[in-house]
Design a protein around this ligand. Structure first.
Ligand code: GCU
Length: 601
């Protein structure tokens, strides 16, 4: 059967099923930055629409009055603008707390090319997007932190076009995340928008990684999209490794390959990336890919067969200094540069997939990555649509970053309550992740430790059975106990698996000083870090740390005037990039750890 072009298929689905139940969007295009694209970044006209009246009024038609008596109650051209990419909350004071729909519109010109297909690519829209081109619906996407593509080949006009996006960060109980988050719900088109042109048959995705458990065998596949019959020849080259092989695509357009390779393995100390060239028919893509192995042995994490201790830090994707959702390479360079300055070899990117640019930067900088979907606190565990949404976000996170050596953990949740429906939900996600990527480790940040006698705590969460690596969030000295009491606390786990303390910390307002017993002072936070580090370093099975948190970040849950002002102040740096005393406590500890690991000449 002739494959229907995506746009036709999507239009058909769009017209026949309610939006919410719409089939998943077209599969992601890999490595967009390597393709010929037309950027749609810049100023877009907007209409703030708290009652979503724009749906009924069909704002997406971008109509003008046809004569002087015609009634049209909107006009994008006369409306204010927002910059794309960028959350709306930090672009206009009146939108700081806004949670609801906003309509975006811009025009652009496009000149059609023979035998080409065109896709509209969005790096991320928080939280839900409805996309229209030249007045016609082309697709909808839910999930605020992962990319999506819609084929627009048939909807584009040669010449002038207009695109309309309804973005909404409306919280919903059945969404992922749900109603309650300790981070700001930055809404809007928060990442790049591009038109991507491809040949009629093109390379949509590929997997080029070491085979599980091997350090010299590459297992891979290339997925074609389009009319790929009869079989198509695919070429894979890694010139610096002397590799040039070809493979034949099967009836589904997938070309599998396996090749021996003598490679410099990627590691934090040597983040070696190879240029990989893939071509087929009249399409070709290039990528920079590192090769390494990651596995566990008892309580150890092994990178390239060697035990490694993860000196990490947790961080939100918050833009340093200016605030809002980080959305540029410069933002990522500042954040990951601070992690490096701390002495980190590991970053926990919380609580949602961070930008592809940030993950690719970690590849280049030699920072190992914990990547996480926003299954956060309480979720509608019983709702099949919620599970399908979480699975879709997990699939898109893995599809986007499955060739990034830096990524070693897929995290399926953070601090979810221990109850039966939740366990079934998360077990499904863990199975999905292993099916999509058998090479990386599955983890989750859990805070279900139970008291096990005086000053004793045990991580008894049944979720641990389905994880490769256990994450433990605990706030001894902040939410319970005094920092000094941390020294006596004993933490154990019933699982013979690596354990990472994925959060500990306390708040301090930069520049606020007093004695170490006075909360919110830098001295209190620094003292807490001293005692927490004493405590966690005694935990058996400890394989890493990711203290909470690199930099202060906005949160609607943190109103304390003059101290928080709607910022979570557990950062080691203020949101203006000022280093607090605790920054240097952790930095000293990591430098001492690294010195102990470094073999003496
Ligand atoms: C939790 C949660 C974080 C939150 C932190 C805090 O552990 O995982 O998202 O910001 O605690 O209370 O500051």
């Amino acid at each position: 059967m002739q494959r229907l072009p995506h746009v036709l298929l999507l239009t058909f689905l769009f017209l026949t099923v309610p939006l919410a139940a719409q089939a998943p969007h077209a599969p992601l295009l890999a490595n967009v930055s390597s393709r010929k694209t037309k950027s749609l970044n810049g100023a877009w006209h907007i209409i703030v629409d708290p009652l979503e009246s724009g749906l009924g009024s069909k704002f997406y038609r971008n109509r003008k009055p046809k004569d002087k008596s015609d009634l049209v109650e909107y006009d994008f051209d006369a409306s204010e603008t927002l910059n794309v990419p960028g959350d709306w909350n930090t672009q206009k004071e009146k939108l700081l707390f806004y949670e609801g729909p906003i309509w975006y519109e811009r025009t652009f010109s496009y000149s059609e090319h023979e035998h080409a297909r065109v896709f509209a690519h969005f790096g991320a829209v928080n939280y839900r997007a409805r996309v229209y081109l030249n007045g016609e619906p082309i697709g909808e996407h839910e999930g605020g932190f992962t990319p999506f593509d819609f084929e627009v080949t048939k909807s584009l006009h040669d010449g002038e076009n207009f695109i309309v996006v309804e973005a909404s960060n409306q919280r919903r109980e059945d969404a992922v995340p749900g109603l309650n988050t300790d981070w700001w719900n930055y809404g809007g088109i928060t990442s790049d928008v591009e038109m991507i042109e491809t040949p009629e048959t093109f390379i949509r995705d590929y997997w080029v990684q070491l085979a599980k458990g091997s350090r010299d065998q590459i297992d891979g596949w290339v997925q074609l999209d389009g009319d790929f019959r009869p079989q198509q020849l695919v070429s894979i080259e890694i010139p610096e490794a002397g590799i040039k092989i070809s493979a034949i695509s099967d009836g589904d357009g997938r070309a599998a390959f396996h090749v021996s390779a003598k490679l410099q393995l990627w590691s934090p100390g040597n983040p070696k990336l190879y240029e990989v060239r893939i071509s087929s028919g009249n399409d070709a893509v290039r990528d920079l890919i590192g090769f390494r192995t990651i596995e566990t042995r008892g309580s150890q994490i092994l990178l390239n067969g060697e035990p490694i201790f993860l000196r990490g830090i947790s961080l939100h994707e918050e833009a340093p200094v200016r605030g809002g959702r980080a959305n540029s390479l410069e933002d990522a360079q500042t954040l990951l540069g601070w992690a490096k300055e701390l002495g980190c070899n590991f970053v926990r990117l919380t609580h949602y997939p961070h930008s592809e640019a940030e993950v690719r930067l970690a590849d280049r900088m030699g920072l190992l990555v914990w990547s996480e979907i926003p299954v956060y606190w309480d979720i509608a565990w019983k709702n099949p649509a919620t599970l399908a949404n979480a699975e879709s976000q997990l699939r898109d996170m893995i599809t986007r970053d499955h060739n990034r050596a830096a990524v070693i953990f897929w995290s399926i949740s953070n601090e979810t309550p221990v109850k039966p429906d939740r366990l079934l939900f998360l077990r499904t996600l863990a199975d999905d992740a292993r099916h999509l990527d058998p090479t990386r480790l599955i983890t989750s940040a859990m805070n279900g430790a139970e008291d096990d006698g005086a000053d004793r705590h045990i991580l008894k969460d049944p979720l641990g059975e389905f994880l490769d690596v256990l994450g433990l969030n605990q706030y001894y000295g902040w939410y319970s106990g005094r920092p000094e009491d941390a020294d006596r606390q004993i933490w154990t786990s019933p699982y013979d698996k690596p354990l990472i303390v994925s959060e500990f910390g306390g708040g301090a307002a930069y520049g606020r000083h007093g004695d170490p017993a006075t909360r919110w002072t830098e001295e209190y936070q620094a003292n807490l870090y001293v005692h927490q580090l004493n405590m966690v370093n005694k935990i058996p099975h400890l394989a890493g740390l990711a203290p909470w948190v690199l930099m202060d970040f906005r949160s609607p849950r943190r109103p304390l005037p003059g101290v928080q002002d709607y910022f979570n102040r557990k950062g080691l740096l203020s949101n203006r990039g000022e280093r607090k005393q605790a920054f240097f406590v952790l930095q000293k500890a990591y430098r001492e750890m690294e010195a102990r690991e470094t073999p003496h000449p």
